[in-house]
Design a protein around this ligand. Structure first.
Ligand code: 5RP
Length: 290
């Protein structure tokens, strides 16, 4: 029997005081279930609404690209500076310390490499994402690519169906086909299609007129960094994206291919979370680099 010794009646009912109800901080996420919101709150900092995601999933299609030859040597020391890690399950299981306690946005599709065109990507079983304690599942979507658009949109759709009952948010990653014009019209369409099909986060690329891409996408957008840029340009990219309403960055090469990856990820963090201007962030980078 339960211990009934010294059970005290409640006294502080706060009568007349309205119960505090949470107003959820992330765009388009207020009606999600508790598990989804909890996971999204691990990815995005509730104080700033933004996230610095460190992407090192490139190997799933690029193999050992520069900076990712030895994840344990180059990426593990950076993990503590990221709000969220984005990687594929093989690297997660083999190399990401289980004691790190960082949320993981799990690359959840596979099927293409850089040796071929994007083709028949498949999506992992959601139970494996649950077993890996994923805070989100990321799936590539090739909008406008006649060889894979239908299949990748269906992948996103099915992943949302599978992940929702487990409270796992899905990130739609917009892959730009070779023939696509990288403008706000295209990215606005791609982002919106991801969101309409159930993506809780959209990952896309910054472009001129990005505020329109953000405005017509009902869920948070994070930007990829793309190819390695000089540090000031990478900081300007992050700054312009945040000023246009992005909820963060999901950067890879501009971090791990930098001469000073730990310094650049911290400087990017200052831009993303404090709105630090690029010149000041570059100064921070140079100081940390020393
Ligand atoms: C590819 C991805 C990569 O993670 C993404 O491109 C981010 O890396 P980078 O900043 O190097 O572009 O999602 O589909």
């Amino acid at each position: 029997m339960a211990d009934l010794d010294d059970i005290r009646d409640g006294k502080e009912y706060g009568l007349g005081i309205e119960q505090k109800n949470e107003k959820y901080f992330l765009k388009g996420s207020a009606n999600l279930n508790w598990g989804m919101k909890d996971r999204l709150s691990r990815i995005f900092n509730p104080k700033t609404g933004n996230s610095v995601m460190l992407a090192f999933d490139h190997g799933f299609l690029m193999g050992p690209t520069s900076g990712l030859e030895r994840i344990d040597l180059t990426i593990t020391p950076l993990m503590k500076y990221a709000d969220c890690l984005m990687c594929a399950r093989g690297v997660l299981t083999a190399l990401v310390p289980t004691t790190l306690r960082k949320p993981v946005c799990l690359r959840s599709d596979a099927g293409s490499t850089i040796l071929t065109e994007m083709n028949h990507n498949v999506v992992m079983d959601v139970k494996n994402a649950v077993a890996l304690n994923a805070s989100a599942m990321a799936v590539m979507v090739g909008i406008g690519d006649p060889t894979c658009e239908a299949e990748t949109v269906a992948n996103l759709y099915r992943t949302v169906d599978a992940a929702q009952p487990y409270g796992i948010p899905v990130m739609g990653v917009t892959a730009v086909g070779k023939d696509m014009v990288r403008d706000a019209r295209y990215f606005g369409l791609a982002a919106r299609v991801c969101a309409e099909n159930g993506a809780n986060i959209v990952k896309t690329y910054y472009t001129e007129g990005f505020e329109k891409v953000v405005a017509c996408c009902p869920v948070p957008i994070v930007i990829a960094g793309g190819k390695k840029l000089p540090e000031l340009e990478a900081l300007e990219l992050a700054y312009k994206a945040i000023q246009s309403g992005a909820a963060g960055v999901d950067m890879g090469r501009n971090v791990f291919q930098s001469d000073a990856p730990a310094a650049i990820i911290q400087a990017i963090g200052a831009v993303v979370h404090k709105g630090m201007k690029p010149a000041e962030a570059l100064q921070m980078f140079n100081d940390l680099k020393k």
